[in-house]
Ligand binder design. Structure first.
Ligand SMILES: [Zn+2]
Length: 386
């Protein structure tokens, strides 16, 4: 069966052979998609015009949490998000920070034929390579080093500053598209094109501006489906009696939007919810278990006040920070345990060794919580340049 693209209303494609349109944006970790909605041209154009501003506005959360996109790509590294001791730091997927650039200082004392080289790199391996390059430029190797001091330093930038950008009309249009895409996966292509979604389609393509069709909301969302604290969800509810179909969209477990899909619904009652965990792609779908109360149907005319907006942001950043702390703790414990095994592996795990391991872990975790810089002298043996 040939279908017409719902957005341009001109391009045609076979059912199931249109452009792949994700319900929750793939860039935010969404997986569920439909190929019976629109053409490639409209998908690309709307992607640039409305999905990109939403992706960009939420980028700090995606990177901080380490979202894996629906197409299996890691979240972007955010460049120069913090500074410390005149060095810039990048924010890596999962919330780790890393010095943005390596730093090399050379001082050459021609009279005495001596060069002082200082290298500040992101890890030992990189430091070694840089030093080797520097020595080569003098026609020497690292073995010719007269005197060297190597310090492993763990540093934290004073602050990480990024912007979470929400509230643009284009972003709301993208959220409306998410709800429409999800309902499209549960109704026939004919019903999607029957005219009842005329208004929301016009809104998505930008032909009408209606601030009531898709907006942030404070109404309590149903508890299920639930898959993760950082989940994205879309819940659809359509009522044959009220003749309304609405979509509730939740991003990162706390940013909540309500979309009025149509107020001339002629179809049956529908209740369905989809949840995806953007951290690992796990997803779940619930049918007929989503019960909405009256608050969800009633039209709220006012916008979120400052207090409500703040609550919403606190919830989302609380989830992101909690997840980051858990990840960091796991990473620290595994790194220290690995180093410890290299050093003491094969020996009896005496009380003394147990104490040593646990105190190393405790110190590293405390340092990471309180952002205490650490210095550790590394011997030339360990650096392997003797
Ligand atoms: Zn089209």
């Amino acid at each position: 069966m040939k279908l017409t693209c719902i957005y341009c209303k001109t391009e045609e494609f076979e059912q199931g052979r249109g452009s792949e349109e994700h319900a929750v944006l793939s860039s935010l970790g969404g997986r569920k998609a439909s190929k019976s909605i629109c053409c490639q041209k409209c998908n690309t154009a709307l992607g640039n015009e409305i999905d990109e501003p939403l992706t960009e506005g939420l980028r700090i959360l995606s990177t901080f949490l380490g979202v894996v996109t629906g197409r299996g790509k890691d979240a972007a590294t955010l460049k120069s998000y913090g500074t410390h001791n005149d060095k810039k730091f990048d924010l890596l997927p999962g919330g780790r920070v890393q010095q943005s650039k390596v730093k090399i200082d050379r001082e050459i004392d021609k009279e005495n034929g001596v060069a002082n080289i200082s290298v500040s790199a992101r890890n030992l391996e990189e430091a070694k390579n840089l030093l080797e390059q520097q020595m080569k430029s003098f026609g020497k190797s690292v073995k010719d080093f007269k005197f060297g001091e190597i310090t492993e330093r763990i540093e934290y930038p004073e602050s990480i500053s990024g912007t979470l950008d929400l509230g643009l009309v284009s972003q709301h249009r993208s959220i409306a598209k998410s709800a429409l895409t999800y309902i499209a996966t549960m109704i026939s292509p004919e019903r999607l094109r029957s005219g009842c979604f005329y208004q929301i389609i016009e809104y998505i393509v930008g032909d009408i501006e209606d601030l009531e069709l898709a907006k942030m909301t404070t109404v309590k969302f149903p508890a299920s489906p639930h898959i993760s604290d950082a989940q994205h969800r879309i819940i659809i509810s359509a009522s044959s009696e009220r003749k309304i179909a609405i979509g509730l969209v939740e991003l990162f477990g706390g940013l909540k939007f309500k979309v009025i899909l149509t107020d001339c619904w002629e179809g049956p009652d529908l209740q369905k919810g989809y949840a995806v965990n953007p951290l690992n792609g796990e997803q779940v779908e619930h049918v007929d278990t989503v019960n909405l109360n009256n608050d969800h149907w009633n039209d709220e005319t006012s916008n979120l006040n400052e207090e409500e907006y703040k609550d919403m942001m606190c919830k989302v950043f609380g989830v992101a920070y909690g997840h980051h702390v858990r990840l960091e703790r796991e990473r620290i414990i595994s790194e220290i345990t690995q180093d410890f095994c290299k050093e003491y592996g094969g020996k009896d795990f005496t009380d003394e060794l147990k104490m040593m391991l646990s105190s190393r872990i405790a110190k590293a975790i405390a340092n990471s919580i309180y952002k205490v810089d650490e210095n550790r002298k590394i011997s030339q043996d360990e650096f392997e340049i003797t």
